[in-house]
Design a protein around this ligand. Structure first.
Ligand SMILES: Nc1ncnc2c1ncn2[C@@H]1O[C@H](COP(=O)(O)OP(=O)(O)OP(=O)(O)O)[C@@H](O)[C@H]1O
Ligand SMILES: [Mg+2]
Length: 334
């Protein structure tokens, strides 16, 4: 009997959807960082608005929790357009896509999250819809089958993915409005995000605590917001102020160290060091030793460990760096 593959899960950034929507910026000025992306997208949107037209299709990619969905919302808000949200996983059959496209209000933004999950057949159906706003529907089967071309309402597709390499060339080339990579956030940007979220949540958080939280946020806004909320919960339960001591104790309780690494990250590094003698280790073997899905390992754990310089991904596999092994020997203080 084969072992079932574990479900992909984004443990390190377990999305708290209610929190995401409460704290999601809905004006550009509150969308911190990613200056290059913001500037380019806004030009495309303003130009289209001036022409009284819809902008071309746009693709955002980057690690989980860095603001892709938020940008899709901002695009729709800027255009004053209805937003229809779906996901590559939800569109299983041609009929699913046809139903979505034909029901769009004219001038809508269609947001397809996890767009890398679209099947080949669905992608092919999407191409004419993206290029000339038409949908080819096949009626009947066998020799009597015929194709009918349906004309669709005008729309702009905004795609988002954490796995851009899995998007086919032909689909990528349809994003005439640009393909934008969202990067991890600087410490300064994270501090601004946490300070804003604290204001929205009505919390008093001293700058020193904002800085501590920023350092433990894995360079990711969603992690920053989730951590702020967890430390708030801790302070409320213990009836203490959100000061440095409370923040330290809460993080110690959660097993989050001063770099934002959790026991899962440490388990990854330890497995690489002891199970694979520091590497190179192939992704499949490593994921199996961790009882994790290779996608989760590759897209949730590794990007931040690479950013810290603790691991490297080479052609022969993952390697623990000197910095990574020094972290395992000495750790960082809470
Ligand atoms: N640039 C930003 N400025 C302020 N807050 C941000 C920014 N980017 C993200 N956030 C906050 O982080 C939360 C998560 O962002 P979002 O849902 O857009 O991430 P995502 O890239 O779509 O993640 P996923 O890949 O998991 O879908 C948002 O609700 C918002 O509160
Ligand atoms: Mg998203």
């Amino acid at each position: 009997m084969s072992t079932p593959t574990p479900e992909p899960k984004d443990k390190a950034v377990a999305p708290d959807l209610a929190l995401d929507s409460t704290l999601r910026p809905n004006i550009w000025d509150e969308y911190v960082g990613q200056g290059h992306v913001k500037a380019n997208v806004r030009v495309a949107l303003d130009a289209a608005k001036k022409r009284g037209d819809m902008p071309e299709h746009i693709l955002f990619y980057g690690p989980p929790g860095v603001g892709k969905t938020t940008l899709a919302h901002l695009v729709a808000l800027t255009l004053d357009a209805p937003l229809k949200t779906t996901s590559g996983v939800a569109i299983e059959r041609a009929g699913d896509l046809a139903a979505i496209l034909t029901n769009l209000e004219p001038g809508s933004v269609l947001f397809i999250d996890e767009i890398h999950r679209l099947g080949t057949k669905i992608e092919e159906l999407l191409y004419p819809a993206l290029e000339n706003g038409s949908l080819d529907i096949i009626l009947g089967k066998g020799p009597s089958a015929r194709t009918v071309e349906l004309s669709l309402p005008r729309f702009t597709l905004v795609g988002a993915t954490t796995r851009v390499a899995q998007i086919s060339g032909p689909l990528r080339s349809r994003f005439g409005g640009g393909t934008y990579q969202l990067d991890f956030y600087s410490d300064e940007d994270l501090r601004a995000i946490i300070a804003r979220s604290a204001r929205v949540l009505g919390l008093t958080v001293p700058p020193s605590v904002v800085a501590m939280l920023a350092g433990r946020s894995r360079a990711t806004p969603r992690v920053a917001n989730a951590l702020l909320k967890r430390v708030r919960d801790y302070s409320e339960v213990h009836e203490v102020e959100m000061n440095e001591e409370a923040c330290n104790k809460a993080c110690e309780l959660f097993g989050i160290d001063a770099l934002g690494l959790t026991k899962d990250d440490r388990r990854y590094l330890e497995t690489l060091e002891t199970g694979f003698k520091g590497g190179p280790a192939g992704i499949r073997a490593l994921a199996s030793a961790l009882h994790e899905d290779p996608d989760t390992v590759e897209n949730v754990y590794e990007p931040y460990l690479m950013r810290l310089g603790f691991i490297e991904r080479g052609p022969r596999g993952r390697v623990l760096t000197e910095k990574g092994s020094s972290y395992l020997r000495n750790g960082v203080s809470f």
